[in-house]
Design a protein around this ligand. Structure first.
Ligand code: HAM
Length: 418
C-alpha cells in the first residue's frame, strides 16, 4: 500500500519551494530594515503554555490542538501559533532584561486540527513579528507598516487592513456584560458553537460566520462605543498615525480575534479573493500576556501571516528574483565528463548555476532533456573544440549555435541576466 500524507498536510515541491524562498527572503529583508531579529523556538511546548495564553475558551485550545503525552507522561502540544512560544522564550532566556523594545520575527510550521479546505490546513506556516516593551500607538503602527511593506513586496491582488480595539481589562468586562444582555433573549437563535461562546466569551459571537449569528449580531452594541478613555485615545492615535503614513485601513468594530490575549488594538489583513479563508494575517496588542506567563508587566504587539494563503493568492508569473541564467553542460562523446565537471566548477564560481550531464546519454537525448527542463542555453563540450580551448554555445530559444573561446564563454555567461 502506498502511503499518503496525513489529511490537512501538504508537500511543498520544488517549483513551489522557489516561491517560498522568494517570500522568506523578501520578509527577512524587510525585517532587517526595521531592526527585527530572528528567533527560533521548538515545534512543541508544554500544553499549559497555550491553555494559559491563547485561552481555554478559544476554538484553538478547546478543539484544535495536537496534544499528546510523551513517554514520561508530560502533556505536550504542537504549537498552534507562535506568540505564546516567543513570550516563553523571551522570559526564559532573559531577553526581558535587554534594552527595549525587543523586536523579533519567526518563520515556521504551526498545527491546528481544523477542517481542511483551500487555504486551511492542519500543518500550515506562519511568518510572525513580536515587539515587546512599548505601550505606544507608534509600536502598533510600526508593526502594521512593516506588514504593509512585506505584503506590497509581493505580487498580491487587492487586500485591506481592518482595524478595531478590543479594549482592556478595565473596559472589556462591562462591554461583555452588555453584549451578553443583548444576546440573552436571542440565545436560542444562535448556532450551537455560539451558544457555548455566549456563556464563555460572548465577544466571539461577533466573529461567527454563520448567517444566523451574523444577522443576530448585526444589531449588537459595539465595543468601540464602550472603550475607556485610555483605550479610545490609543485607537484614535493609531488611526492618526496610519493616516499620516498613508496606510489605508477600514475600521471594523466587529473584528474580534480568535485568541484571548489581545488588548486594545486588533487588526487583520483581509484578501476578499480568498473567500472563506480571507485572512492573510492578523495580530494586535497583548499588554497583559507577558505578565500572565510569569514575567514582569510588559506591553507587546505583533502579527502573524499565513504563508500558504499568501502563496495561493499571489500571481507568481515573472516575479521570481532575476539572476544569472542557468546553463546545461552537454558532452559530445565519451570520456568528456571530467571536462564537464571542471568547466561546471569554473562556471559556478562565477555565480552562474550550471548542471552537467550525469546520465551518459547521447548528445541528442541530452539536448532533449535540456529542452524539457527549460534551459535557455547549453554549452556543448566536444573533443575537437576542446583541443583549441573552445566550446559550442547553443541558444535553445532560437536554435543558433556558435563556437566560443573560454573567455568569450565567461563574458556571455555573465552578460545576460534572466
Ligand atoms: P491567527 O489569526 O490565529 O493569529 O493566525 C494568523 C494567520 O495564520 C491567519 O491570518 C491565517 O492567515 C493563518 N492561519 C491560521 N490558521 C490557519 C490554517 N489552519 N491554515 C492556514 N493558515 C492559517 C495568530 O496566530 C497570532 N499568534 C498572531 C499574532 C502574533 N498576534 C500577535 N502576534
Amino acid at each position: 500500500m502506498a502511503f499518503k500524507a496525513p489529511r490537512g498536510t501538504r508537500d511543498i515541491l520544488p517549483d513551489e519551494a522557489s516561491r517560498w524562498e522568494f517570500l522568506e527572503n523578501s520578509f527577512r529583508e524587510r525585517c532587517r530594515l526595521y531592526g527585527f531579529q530572528e528567533i527560533r523556538t521548538p515545534i512543541f511546548e508544554h500544553t499549559e503554555l497555550f491553555v494559559r495564553s491563547v485561552g481555554e475558551s478559544s476554538d484553538i485550545v478547546s478543539k484544535e490542538m495536537y496534544t499528546f503525552h510523551d513517554r514520561s507522561g508530560r502533556s505536550l502540544t504542537l504549537r498552534p501559533e507562535g506568540t505564546a512560544a516567543v513570550v516563553r522564550a523571551y522570559l526564559e532566556n532573559g531577553l526581558h532584561e535587554k534594552p527595549h523594545p525587543v523586536k523579533l520575527y519567526y518563520f515556521g510550521p504551526m498545527f491546528r486540527y481544523d477542517r481542511p479546505q483551500a487555504g486551511r490546513y492542519r500543518q500550515f506556516h506562519q511568518f510572525g513579528l513580536e515587539l515587546f516593551g512599548s505601550p505606544q500607538p507608534s509600536a502598533d503602527v510600526e508593526i502594521m507598516a512593516l506588514s504593509y511593506d512585506m505584503l506590497r513586496s509581493l505580487p498580491l491582488p487587492e487586500f485591506r487592513l481592518e482595524l478595531n480595539s478590543v479594549g482592556c481589562r478595565e473596559c472589556r468586562p462591562g462591554y461583555r456584560e452588555r453584549l451578553r444582555e443583548y444576546l440573552r433573549f436571542r440565545e436560542e437563535e444562535l448556532c450551537p458553537d455560539c451558544s457555548r461562546r455566549y456563556r464563555e466569551n460572548p465577544l466571539r459571537v461577533l466573529d461567527c460566520k454563520k448567517p444566523e449569528c451574523k444577522d443576530l449580531s448585526a444589531g449588537a452594541p459595539l465595543l468601540t462605543q464602550s472603550l475607556c478613555p485610555q483605550c479610545a485615545g490609543h485607537l484614535a492615535r493609531v488611526r492618526e498615525l496610519l493616516e499620516r503614513l498613508e496606510l489605508p485601513y477600514v475600521l471594523n468594530p466587529r473584528l474580534v480575534r480568535g485568541l484571548d490575549y489581545y488588548t486594545r488594538t486588533a487588526f487583520e489583513f483581509v484578501a476578499p479573493e480568498l473567500g472563506a479563508q480571507a485572512s492573510l494575517g492578523g495580530g494586535g496588542r497583548y499588554d497583559a500576556l507577558v505578565e500572565e506567563c510569569g514575567g514582569p508587566p510588559t506591553p507587546g504587539v505583533g502579527v502573524a501571516f499565513g504563508l500558504e494563503r499568501i502563496i495561493l493568492l499571489a500571481d507568481w508569473k515573472e516575479r521570481l528574483e532575476a539572476g544569472p541564467v542557468p546553463v546545461f553542460l552537454a558532452v559530445a562523446g565519451e570520456g568528456l565528463e571530467e571536462e564537464a565537471l571542471l568547466l561546471a566548477r569554473e562556471i559556478r564560481a562565477l555565480g552562474v548555476p550550471a548542471e552537467v550531464e550525469l546520465g551518459g546519454r547521447s548528445l541528442k537525448s541530452q539536448m532533449k532533456y535540456a529542452g524539457k527542463k527549460g534551459f535557455a542555453r547549453v554549452i556543448i563540450i566536444g573533443s575537437r573544440e576542446l583541443e583549441q580551448d573552445r566550446f559550442l554555445w547553443r541558444d535553445m530559444v532560437d536554435g543558433s549555435q556558435v563556437l566560443v573561446s573560454r573567455e568569450e564563454l565567461r563574458q556571455r555567461l555573465l552578460e545576460q541576466e534572466g
